[in-house]
Ligand binder design. Structure first.
Ligand code: DGT
Ligand code: CA
Ligand code: CA
Ligand code: ZN
Length: 572
């Protein structure tokens, strides 16, 4: 249990107390307790071990509150809070969290308009029903509506590729605020999760209050939803939610670990601490009141008898066991990537010329770039020949820096045959096959279709295996283990696609892919030079799949890659 979690319970208890109209002295005491708990730097459990008196010695904590803390530590809840929740719909708590809605307004809204959660509040605001309430000015209605709409919209998840650039920009802005020693984007974005709910920042500072006040005034901030002594929750202009948490500089590592999560990973670490007679919280690893580790993540893991676990692995999907046994993978890194194996030029549907694509690839330090224009867009053999010559000439002119691979991406038709003439498939140096139509077939058909495509002698790799598109299309269903096993036997590659709205295959399937032992190729599916930046997303996804460099085709130098392609051509 974190101090923060129990502080939250006291805040809710205070809101509920006000809502039912119990003594305002009580709710004030609960809020004060929440503040004390939030700024307390040792795990509350540690103090609780010495009984009620030790707790009651804290400023602002009397015996009654100390008892509540003990009950919470025993049962995971404060009994009084549960008792009040019998009388009040649970959703009222989120209504009272909206800035500007106090207990009095919440009660009016509930009694007169049946508002019992955020959704019903939103309806009452949208329909104008709230205008019937006393003192409910149109201005107040507009303001609340804006906040509630932001909260509503923030429930949508944002693809990592859109969240990350914005997240880094904001990290810079936060890092430049007065009093900030370090600022870091944590949460799911740091774990490179394919989509993120909100952005979480950890800040190291000795002047939390100053930082909070400056943070909520940043130009990017549209609305402040919550503001505390060492934390804030705001919305950006585009509706994205941002959480900020400030810790003293010496607690940096423990704070990072906490705020990076995932929740499941943190829970396992806490259990591990307890098994060793220790406590882990957002401030460090503790033996009693003694802090054993807090300043770096490495130190915190070490205090728990573990090596550093990279963020993309922190999902409680075997990483703790692997760490214990010393078999954590040495993850592939962006710096290992020597080229991009999927991109499009203006010869098909790309925006940029071969030259521009080559320059951008060179700027990234690549040795090679596969130009995988869509096969079906070459209507004549002459057109394809023209592109081949253009690629050759450019390679000559640049001395092969980078070397453009004369490649093609071919549609897999519903029956698994390929939508391209045989001569083209054989003329290309690298053939990617992918599904662009007839999505959503039943799994057995889809499996057979993908395997048939892989079995075509000219095919080198399967592009964006599940076909998912964020907000548009769910992943196709297939027997992925069977598909990947077939690829392994055939010596072919399966793509991990980093195009921001694709990120394909999703983590669990990508994990199966890496377990299969098949070759993997990373591609951005760039349709413009700037899209080549998405390689970091493909690498992030590969890391979440536990990928090491060895099985990834494009960690190989050009010569070895061409050798691989050549060997495969000889063997057919
Ligand atoms: P998201 O935002 O839905 O993409 O996912 P996360 O992982 O960023 O989750 P979020 O934003 O709710 O919280 C950020 C991190 O803070 C989370 O990964 C772990 C930590 N955290 C937040 N609340 C709790 C909690 O109640 N218990 C624990 N153990 N950790 C928490
Ligand atoms: Ca988050
Ligand atoms: Ca959050
Ligand atoms: Zn494609």
């Amino acid at each position: 249990m974190s101090n923060e979690a129990i502080a939250q319970q006291f805040l809710e208890l205070a809101d509920l107390t006000d809502f039912v109209g119990d003594s305002p002295f009580k709710s004030r005491a609960y809020r004060q307790a929440a503040q004390v708990l939030e700024s307390l730097q040792t795990p509350i459990e540690t103090l609780a071990e010495n009984g009620v008196d030790a707790l009651a010695a804290l400023p602002g904590i009397g015996e009654a509150i100390a008892e509540k803390i003990l009950a919470y530590l025993r049962t995971g809840t404060i009994p009084k809070r549960e008792e009040l929740l019998q009388k009040v719909p649970a959703g009222v708590l989120e209504v009272m969290e909206v800035p500007g809605i106090g207990a009095k307004t919440a009660r009016l809204l509930h009694e007169q308009l049946g508002v019992h959660d955020l959704a019903s509040l939103r309806n009452a605001l949208l329909s104008g029903a709230v205008d019937r309430l006393p003192h409910f000015t149109p201005r107040k209605r507009e303001r609340l509506l804006r906040l509630v709409e932001l909260k509503h919209k923030s429930q949508r998840r944002t693809p990592l590729g859109l969240a990350l650039p914005r997240g880094r920009e904001l990290q810079q802005a936060i890092g430049a605020l007065d009093g900030v020693q370090q600022a870091m984007l944590c949460g799911s974005a740091r774990r490179m999760q394919e989509d993120v709910g909100d952005l979480d920042y950890l800040v190291a500072s000795d002047a939390p209050q100053t930082v909070v006040e400056a943070f909520v005034r940043l130009p990017a901030v549209a609305e402040v939803y919550a503001q505390g002594i060492s934390r804030a929750q705001v919305f950006l202009k585009d509706g994205m939610q941002v959480d900020l948490k400030i810790v003293p500089p010496e607690r940096w590592g423990a704070g990072m670990l906490y705020l990076t999560g995932s929740r499941a990973h943190s829970i396992r670490l806490r259990q591990r601490a307890i098994e060793r007679g220790l406590k882990l919280n957002e401030y460090g690893v503790w033996r009693g009141a003694e802090c054993l580790a807090d300043d770096t993540e490495e130190a915190v893991y070490a205090a728990l008898g573990l090596p550093y676990i990279p963020p993309p692995l922190r999902e409680d999907t075997g990483e703790i066991e692997a760490a214990e046994q010393g078999r954590l993978p040495t993850l592939v890194a962006l710096g290992d990537i020597r080229g991009d194996l999927q991109s499009h030029s203006h010869w098909s549907d790309g925006l940029d010329t071969l030259e521009t694509m080559a320059q951008a690839a060179d700027a990234l330090g690549y040795e090679y770039l596969a130009i995988t224009d869509h096969a079906h867009q070459f209507t004549t053999r002459e057109a394809f020949e023209q592109r081949r010559r253009a690629i050759e000439q450019l390679n000559q002119r640049t001395g092969g820096r980078p070397y453009l691979i004369n490649a093609v991406e071919v549609n897999i038709l519903p029956d698994g045959s390929l939508h391209a003439p045989e001569w083209m498939l054989h003329a290309a140096e690298f053939v990617l096959a992918g599904i662009h139509e007839a999505h959503g077939q039943p799994p057995t058909e889809m499996t057979a279709r993908l395997i048939r495509a892989l079995e075509h002698p000219a095919v080198d790799a399967l592009a964006h295996p599940t076909g998912r598109r964020y907000g548009k299309r769910p992943p196709n269903d297939a027997d992925w283990e069977q598909v990947f096993e077939r690829a392994r036997v055939l010596g072919k590659a399966i793509e991990i696609n980093g195009y921001p709205t694709r990120m394909d295959p999703p983590t669990p399937i990508a994990r199966l892919l890496l377990q299969s032992g098949a070759w993997v190729c990373l591609g951005t599916d760039a349709h413009a030079a700037r899209d080549l930046q998405a390689m970091e997303l493909a690498v992030g996804l590969a890391q979440r799949a536990w990928a090491t460099p060895e099985r990834i085709l494009n960690t190989r130098p050009l010569k070895a890659l061409l050798q691989w392609l050549n060997d495969r051509r000889q063997s057919v």
